[in-house]
Design a protein around this ligand. Structure first.
Ligand SMILES: NC(=O)C1=CN([C@@H]2O[C@H](COP(=O)(O)OP(=O)(O)OC[C@H]3O[C@@H](n4cnc5c(N)ncnc54)[C@H](OP(=O)(O)O)[C@@H]3O)[C@@H](O)[C@H]2O)C=CC1
Ligand SMILES: O=C(O)[C@H](O)CS(=O)(=O)O
Length: 487
């Protein structure tokens, strides 16, 4: 499949280790396919533990100089990387739509979203301040300094193949760390293109490395090698738990951005048109394949029917198809397994009594396409309520009181994003403080940006990405106590 890139060199297929593009040691490769058509886009170097070990050792060597580079120089390099990502936005978006499937408009938006983290942490690089603490006695003073945590390993998912890397690499590099990145096997091309632009921006050899291939072999090296001092992961909760356990042996610092099960609460005083608009963007973005997608629509009894009617009408306007075709507004799921998983949850819930208000199964286009689906009469025992759907399926659940809505919203092991629509300021504060989540969208369905501390609680993970807090995960605080200062 030809991608018709303005700059064809952005389509890289080899591992990027210590500033060189290299094949796998054994020459093996794996195919990257377009989920909309099944066409093979590229064959990519399938690396493993040995290549990963070399990347980690290169990152360790490179960090010696990178961490002592004046912060302003690191900031300038990150700014250049941002500029190059934006200058190549269209090519990066084409590569993303080809390997992940999201419609081109969403890919363009993701490139800008990913680049915004590089811009933000380029600025933050110059603001990693310490403290001077009054001494415990006349002859002593205390100073706190912040130092880079060390070599960072990043393991990222396929649903945001650019932004999830930028959200980790940018603060790591800003803090003076070096990094080894393992992208998802479905979407390594976006990662390689980012590495090429980082190289062009002046990121020195070894500071940023990308290895794709056997996730267990690469992951085993990233989590087991004592040189790696931090693992940052975005992906499913089961894999996150396993990686966390693997990191325990060498007491690595970890950040875990895991699964979600977002409630979308619509109270009887909500602006229903605004609520439906928010539901559409928070549900169907990336074909429902985001960890902050509304996963359960909880709607108060008196507005339930009106909300469902409006949501069906809006959903019927979605155009399913190839992400490259103008006019299509929702693309395929990432692979056939995803279609199986989503359909299993839908059919199990229908068998348990849920009713289909729209869609209800696989799309007539076949392949990785799935119908946008609205289920009503959903209860808390049903599969679509208890599980993260990760597809274009909107379960609608009825509630009667504010207390019932809060209890239902919190009835999950997850705690990442949540949403509510109401115009009652007292209710906004009562419900926001009662929700067990890291993020609350209030009268808004699009909540993610680089200036906010993105992250969850409970089994949605730990740590925060973005915002002034985002650098904290990449530094260690050290205090210096100076004595004898009175003589
Ligand atoms: N909280 C958040 O910000 C986000 C959470 N997620 C969650 O992730 C899930 C969907 O994404 P998905 O990519 O399927 O998640 P996975 O957890 O399956 O994969 C995420 C990454 O982990 C890697 N991985 C899988 N198994 C191992 C292993 N044994 N050792 C090392 N690495 C491994 C994958 O590699 P490979 O591709 O080779 O399998 C991929 O790079 C959903 O639950 C979603 O909610 C997704 C994005 C954001
Ligand atoms: O991986 C995800 O789902 C993202 O974290 C969601 S967002 O930050 O792009 O909204």
């Amino acid at each position: 499949m030809s991608l018709n890139l303005t700059d064809p060199s952005l389509l890289q297929t080899k591992a990027y280790i210590d500033g060189s593009w290299v094949d796998a040691d054994d020459g093996s490769t794996f195919a990257i396919t377009n989920p909309a058509t099944g066409a093979v886009i590229a064959e990519v170097a399938k690396t493993g533990a040995a290549e990963t070990r070399r990347a980690i050792e290169a990152a360790q060597r490179a960090m010696d100089k990178w961490k002592i580079l004046p912060a302003k120089q690191r900031a300038q390099i990150l700014r250049k990387w941002f500029d190059l990502m934006m200058a190549n936005q269209e090519d990066l978006a084409i590569i993303m739509t080809a390997e992940q499937g999201k419609v081109l408009a969403e890919s363009r938006t993701e490139i800008a979203y990913g680049a915004s983290f590089v811009e933000w942490f380029g600025e933050q690089a110059k603001r990693i301040d310490g403290d001077v603490i009054p001494g415990p006695s006349a002859d002593r003073r205390i100073v706190c300094i912040k130092q880079p945590v060390g070599v960072v390993a990043a393991i990222t998912p396929w649903n945001f193949p650019n932004a999830m890397i930028a959200r980790k690499a940018a603060p790591a590099l800003a803090a003076g760390c070096s990094i080894v990145i393992k992208p998802a096997s479905e979407t390594p091309l976006s990662a390689f293109a980012m590495a090429l632009l980082a190289e062009r921006a002046g990121v020195p050899a070894g500071v940023l490395n990308v290895v794709a291939g056997s996730s267990s072999a690469i992951g085993g090296e990233l989590t087991g090698n004592p040189i790696v001092r931090k693992l940052t992961f975005t992906g499913s909760t089961p894999v996150g738990k396993m990686l966390e356990a693997q990191c325990a042996e060498t007491m690595k610092k970890t950040s875990m951005e895991l699964g979600g099960n977002a409630p979308f609460i619509v109270f009887d005083d909500a602006d229903l048109d605004a609520a439906v608009a928010g539901a559409m963007v928070s549900k169907y973005r990336n074909a429902g394949q985001t960890c902050v997608c509304s996963n359960r629509m909880l709607v108060q009894d008196s507005v339930y029917d009106a909300f469902v009617e409006k949501l069906v009408k809006a959903t019927a306007e979605l155009v399913v198809g190839d992400g490259f075709t103008a006019g299509n507004t929702i693309g395929p799921l990432v692979n056939a397994g995803a279609v199986e998983d989503v359909d299993a949850l839908v059919q199990a819930s229908i068998s348990a009594g849920a009713e289909v208000a729209f869609g209800g199964g696989r799309h007539s286009l076949g392949g990785c396409f799935y119908q946008p689906t609205i289920l009503t009469g959903v209860t808390s025992e049903m599969a679509v309520f208890r599980n993260e759907i990760f597809g274009p399926v909107a379960p609608v659940v009825r509630f009667h009181t504010e207390e019932e809505a809060i209890a239902m919203a919190n009835d999950t092991e997850f705690g990442l994003a949540s949403y509510m629509y109401t115009r009652d300021i007292g209710r906004v504060w009562r419900v926001s403080e009662a929700l067990e989540y890291g993020i609350v969208g209030i009268n808004e369905g699009l909540i993610s940006n680089e200036m906010a501390p993105f992250g969850g609680v409970k089994e949605s993970g730990s740590g925060r990405e973005g915002s002034k807090y985002g650098i904290d995960d990449y530094v260690e605080i050290k205090y210096l106590l100076m004595g004898g200062l009175d003589r």
